[in-house]
Write a protein that binds this ligand. Structure first.
Ligand code: TRP
Ligand code: ZN
Ligand code: CA
Length: 438
């Protein structure tokens, strides 16, 4: 057919220009049409984070002016955070330990679901020093982690990874609470951690934007957030290992985190890129009684809270899950030349509990003399159609490759079909085999 020939020439030219198919063998196929977008990270409301800070401030005021380990203000802080998490559907655990003759508490909150073998944890120390309320150090990190957890609940997030949040006691006495938690994790449990994200001092009044340079993936994730909002960052160097991430890093868990500076002085170069006051400490009230609700940069607290949520959403979603059971049909199914009805190759799936995963994999092997003729669909047991291939690829022959399909709204068990329709005359072929992996 002349029409068909001219279409083919146009297709050949397009691919030659794009240089997509260098060899005769078809490249592995990606299928962007079939992949669902990951949920968008939320904008954490600054007002919510600040409301937690004002509660911490009130708690300190009602309990001798601080929230330090072994003091009533610490336990009241734990009770406040725990009540919010319990109401939001978290499974909370209060872990107790003894330090300097006083009972200390860690609070752990698990978000039900996700891969139990791939845990992403975010945490902050909840204790202050005894000289003040500890609003920047570390009400700021505690409030941001709390509000991120509450945002997970509000979104009904169902990430690939299992999410866990932690509030540590007695950090100011030497990372006591986080060390206790990590030391009491069985080796097998430690191995399940995909990462730990730490937030200690993220609202300094004369802020810098510092990203820990420990695990490169975590570091890059935070940097991506900040570059997206046009804020330059620097590597955190003010006392590397001086917060709870060190407890995790010491046992080989990938760590990262954010920090806006403590008693170090902001340089003029830093003031030029971030604003604020050169020659002045990032936090002049560090470990002082003036670390109160006035000792906060709203802008820094807002940005870092959003960055925390961005990291939890992004890193929580992107686990490569180990492949589940596979089902294959290797019987050839002839694809008659157009005009003709579609043909289907069925696979009966049984014994797979629940729905198909968001990362359902479909391997396709179609022998054909012109794949630009073909429309290929995955048809779920209830008839839902997922298009895998829509006449792309021009004059190359065969379709051999893998597609990822978000089939999470489909019950896995039942009859799945690979459906192929030839839409243009002259070229023919057959379904050689196909496979679906849950
Ligand atoms: N953890 C310290 C404290 O609570 C503060 C601090 C100093 C810090 N250097 C740091 C926190 C580097 C994070 C990263 O007093
Ligand atoms: Zn701190
Ligand atoms: Ca044809």
């Amino acid at each position: 057919m002349s029409l068909s020939v001219s279409r083919r020439l146009a297709a050949v030219t397009a691919f030659a220009v794009a240089g997509l198919f260098a060899s005769a063998a078809p490249a592995a196929l990606a299928a962007p049409t079939a992949v669902a977008a990951a949920p968008t990270p939320p904008d954490i409301p600054l007002a919510n984070v600040k409301a937690h800070l004002s509660q911490f401030s009130t708690i300190a005021a009602n309990n001798g002016g601080n929230r330090a380990h072994g003091r009533a203000g610490y336990k009241a802080s734990i009770d406040y955070v725990k009540a919010k998490l319990d109401a939001a559907g978290f499974t909370t655990t209060l872990q107790t330990f003894t330090s300097s003759g006083a009972t200390g508490y860690n609070l752990i909150a698990d978000w039900p679901g996700g891969d139990p073998n791939s845990v992403l944890m975010a945490g902050a120390h909840l204790d202050s020093v005894s000289s003040g309320a500890g609003i920047n150090d570390n009400g700021s990190g505690s409030a941001a982690v709390l509000e991120t957890a509450l945002a997970v609940s509000r979104a009904g997030l169902q990430p690939t990874k299992h999410l866990r949040f932690g509030w540590w006691g007695a950090e100011e006495l030497g990372l006591i609470g986080s060390k206790y938690y990590v030391n009491n994790l069985p080796t097998a449990e430690r191995a399940k951690f995909a990462g730990y994200l730490n937030f200690d001092m993220i609202g300094s009044p004369n802020p810098g934007y510092f990203v820990y340079d420990d695990d490169p993936t975590i570091e890059q994730t935070f940097k991506n957030y900040f570059s997206g909002i046009g804020v330059p960052t620097e590597i955190e160097t003010e006392g590397d290992g001086r917060s709870d991430h060190a407890s995790f890093k010491n046992v080989g868990i990938p760590v990262g985190g954010l920090f806006t500076g403590a008693s170090n002085t902001k340089t003029s170069a830093q003031a030029q890129k971030w604003g604020g006051t050169a020659g002045q400490a990032f936090d002049r009230c560090y470990h002082s009684s003036c670390d109160n609700t006035a000792n906060i940069s709203d802008t820094a607290l807002d940005r870092n809270s959003d960055a925390a949520a961005y990291a939890v959403w992004t890193l929580g979603a992107s686990t490569p899950v180990p492949p589940g059971p596979s089902f294959e049909n290797t019987a050839d199914v002839n694809i008659p030349d157009s005009p003709a009805a579609a043909v289907s190759s069925p696979i009966t799936v049984s014994g797979v509990a629940g729905n198909a995963p968001a990362t359902t994999k479909v391997d396709v092997n179609i022998v054909h003399t012109y794949r630009g003729d073909l429309v290929v669909d995955l048809v779920a047991p209830d008839g839902t159609v997922y298009n895998l291939h829509n006449r792309s690829g021009g004059s190359a022959d065969n379709i051999v490759g893998s597609y990822t399909v978000n089939a999470s709204s489909e019950v896995a068990n039942g009859v799945w079909n690979l459906r192929v329709r030839d839409t243009a005359a002259q070229d023919i072929g057959y379904i050689n085999s196909w496979k679906i992996t849950f």
